[in-house]
Design a protein around this ligand. Structure first.
Ligand code: GDP
Length: 195
């Protein structure tokens, strides 16, 4: 995928702040520190557009990035950060639920998990939520460079089993470090967003 433009547009909290140009949207969900910003930066070939998280859990907004004047990435705030208060967690839940419920432009959610660990309880809740709202999911297993290739299959199985994923769910291996999976993920995103 050739990137001709990539820009940060807005941090939105409420629906009246979502962009109005009706481009298809791909959201990214995952725990703090899972590698979401690195994945966005690798996908759009920019070193630092998506801020890699210096303050995990602090960005309680939906960060919109417009790519090639064609598509939006909507970066959800990372979850599972221990120091976030109950009030903040609840606000997070309301914001995401509203988005999932009302946002017709949302075409796909990338659920990003770390290849080294079983998905967390929060990952499972997010997965169930997305299924509940019938939103297409792509499970992106990142940091693939962190373990030997011989162990990938076992970890993918663990990820799918823990999430109780549908056998039909798309799973893509990724490494922001190596650029592995980038083209495959773009191909999938473009297929899912072309009607
Ligand atoms: P975020 O909180 O989900 O946005 O996570 P970041 O993108 O800030 O990444 C968290 C840490 O993991 C950083 O130190 C990254 O350099 C590292 N990281 C992210 N993706 C990868 C990857 O694919 N491979 C390796 N080796 N490190 C990664």
């Amino acid at each position: 995928m050739k990137i001709t433009s990539a820009e940060f547009i807005i941090s939105a909290v409420r629906p009246d702040q979502y962009p109005e140009d009706a481009l298809p949207e791909i959201a990214l969900a995952g725990r703090s520190n899972v590698g979401k910003s690195s994945l966005i930066n690798r996908m759009i070939l920019r070193k630092n557009l998506a801020r890699t998280s210096s303050q995990p859990g602090k960005t309680q907004q939906l960060n919109y990035y417009k790519i090639n004047e064609q598509i939006y990435f909507v970066d959800f705030p990372g979850y599972g950060y221990a120091k976030v208060s109950k009030t903040e967690r609840e606000a997070w839940g309301r914001m995401i639920e509203t988005f999932l419920k009302v946002r017709e432009e949302l075409k796909l959610v990338l659920l990003i998990v770390d290849i080294r660990h079983a998905p967390s309880k929060d990952d499972c809740l997010m997965y169930d939520w997305l299924k509940h709202y019938e939103i297409p999911i792509c499970i992106v297993v990142t940091k693939a460079d962190k373990i030997p290739k011989s162990k990938w299959d076992k970890q993918i199985k663990l990820v799918k089993e823990t999430l109780q994923a549908d056998p039909t769910d798309k799973v893509i291996m990724f490494s922001s470090e190596l650029g592995l999976g980038r083209e495959q993920l773009w191909d999938y995103i473009l297929t899912e967003t072309s009607d």
